[in-house]
Unconditional design. Structure first.
Length: 294
């Protein structure tokens, strides 16, 4: 009987590993094809057959991409947006969640209910646009940052994490003469690295990949974010700037705009690939504690 259970367990593990391996390959394949295309040379990039490795490796497309000014302008705008968005979110969300984590806060239930109400109802696109316009935020990075500064979901996750911190730590700090602000800065925030890193990752990826709000609120091409630049190249097929740059550099005609598109896509995902491993260790802990406790 024990032997049959062991065989069934091994079969289940084998199926699980095979499924996860297949899912991983399906997830990585689009990125791999873009990498192969960006490293390929000549007209072979237009071949209909599957290419798992480039026939002839060349970094010419990346050299051209480094001279594509709209890419780096979008990069800078996206980095500024992401940094401001994450910083403002962490400050405002933590300052909102900390008082709500106190059960003796007056009107705690009413305030929490009001916060939850914003998860069910929104003003819609037109009222949001009118609000941004009346606040004179059009063509400003703040039009992309301020609307998403406080999320009810993020505030509740952080509130639940704060409630999981033992009250004895705050009581000890209060006995030593610390006030609420000092406790918040010196005790609560240092212990909240998991949830802070988790929410920073969520919001950072959201800002990095966002394009629709920039398309609506930003009319100046020099202030557009990276994803709008990529959208014009990949979806709208607007490669006029690329072709003009290639002709200006007097490079070989064998390097096509498709290779340059693939190189630009690969360059756009590098920051997230670099940042994620450093915050991944906090991810599971922050999600589990923030979602279950409290």
């Amino acid at each position: 009987m024990v032997y049959r259970k062991t065989r069934l367990g091994m079969a289940a593990d084998l199926c699980l590993y095979a499924s996860m391996t297949l899912l991983m390959l399906l997830t990585l394949y689009p990125f791999w094809t873009q990498l192969v295309t960006s490293l390929e040379t000549g007209a072979s990039v237009y071949s209909t057959r599957l290419m798992f490795v480039p026939e002839q490796v060349s970094f010419e497309a990346y050299r051209l991409a480094f001279h594509f000014k709209p890419l780096w302008t979008g990069y800078l705008n996206t980095i500024v947006r992401t940094a401001l968005g994450v910083l403002c979110m962490l400050v405002v969300t933590s300052l909102t969640a900390y008082p709500l984590s106190k059960k003796d806060l007056p009107f705690n239930r009413a305030l929490t209910g009001f916060l939850l109400l914003t998860m069910l109802f929104t003003g819609g696109l037109i009222p949001n646009y009118l609000l941004i316009r009346e606040l004179h935020l059009l063509n400003s990075v703040w039009a992309l940052v301020l609307p998403g500064t406080l999320s009810a979901f993020n505030a509740l996750v952080m509130r639940n994490f704060f409630r999981s911190i033992p009250d004895s730590l705050e009581e000890s700090a209060r006995v030593d003469g610390a006030g609420y602000l000092r406790i918040y800065v010196s005790v609560i925030l240092p212990l909240s690295a998991p949830v802070l890193a988790t929410l920073a990752l969520w919001v950072g990826v959201g800002h990095w990949n966002a394009w629709f709000d920039s398309l609506i609120y930003i009319a100046d091409g020099h202030k557009q974010v990276l994803q709008v630049v990529l959208r014009k190249i990949l979806i709208e097929n607007d490669t006029a700037d690329m072709n003009a740059m290639i002709q200006k550099m007097n490079t070989h005609s064998e390097y096509t705009d498709r290779q340059l598109q693939a190189a630009v896509v690969m360059l756009s995902i590098i920051p997230m690939l670099v940042v994620y491993p450093f915050v991944q260790k906090y991810f599971v802990q922050g999600v589990m504690v923030g979602a279950i406790k409290g």
